[in-house]
Design a protein. Structure first.
Length: 260
């Protein structure tokens, strides 16, 4: 199967047109004419991911976060991005990223389903498709009312986490829930405006967390990788269904930091 055919399949899941204007998604390295027999899936195009993809004999690397965000004036081994791009080129490997387009057309709904949210709708509307709102994150209701402490446990179970960071009283009752996988600081106001009892996301700093709680909304920081790692098994299953002739390899769960 040619790389261009794989891209057509990926576009059915998350068309590039749904990406935010500041984002950089799609085919970032390689030729659309390359033959693809094996795809390696990771959340980030780290040195480890690129090296593992090369060692596995993959013809394509698929990630959620794009390796290349800004314009590059030179590609050398003097910096980590150039080093990884050169490794991909040497291996004749195509590299494709699905970022905010997947956030809109996959990640948010998948995360909401893992929490069992009911009557969910986009948290931050980015566009209208066939009369229905599309966007970043989800806002909906839990099946029952939980204490904030019980909600923390629900999040840990849903995303297979050992711990979460929480801002707010653990006895607070929560039912209306907003979730934004990844770095959700910029969507705190949307969660407040939507009347969320608790906002579940990642990369929340001290002031954002305490300010949200001062406004009456608890925050559960489950980590950036902590929620978004669901991209890997989801896309593996998607490709196995829609491109069964291609072998799919998933990167092992590798949290980017350790708590000591």
């Amino acid at each position: 199967m040619k790389c261009s055919q794989v891209i057509e399949i990926l576009q059915k899941q998350a068309p590039e047109a749904y990406a935010c204007s500041w984002d950089n998604v799609g085919l970032l390295v390689g030729s659309r004419e390359n033959e693809v027999k094996k795809i390696y899936i990771a959340l980030d195009a780290t040195d480890e991911a690129v090296n593992e993809a090369v060692k596995s004999g993959a013809d394509m690397l698929l990630t959620h976060h794009p390796l290349i965000f800004q314009g590059m004036k030179r590609i050398t081994e003097d910096d980590f991005i150039g080093r990884r791009v050169m490794a991909l080129i040497r291996a004749n490997m195509s590299y494709y990223a699905m970022h905010t387009n997947f956030d809109v057309k996959g990640m948010a709904q998948l995360a909401a389903e893992k929490l069992g949210l009911q009557n969910s709708e986009p948290l931050e509307q980015t566009c209208i498709e066939d009369g229905a709102a599309q966007g970043i994150g989800r806002i909906g209701f839990l099946a029952d009312t939980y204490s904030l402490q019980e909600c923390c446990q629900l999040v840990k179970t849903a995303f297979e986490l050992d711990q979460v960071k929480v801002f707010g009283s653990l006895t607070k009752e929560v039912k209306r829930v907003a979730i934004c996988p990844g770095a959700g600081k910029s969507d705190v106001e949307y969660a407040l405006q939507a009347g969320a009892d608790v906002y579940i996301t990642g990369d929340i700093d001290h002031h954002t967390g305490i300010d949200a709680w001062a406004c009456g909304m608890a925050v559960i920081d489950a980590g950036h990788y902590g929620i978004e790692h669901i991209f890997i098994p989801y896309m593996a299953s998607f490709l196995q269904k829609h491109a069964p002739q291609v072998e799919v390899v998933m990167q092992d769960r590798t949290d980017p930091f350790q708590m000591i």
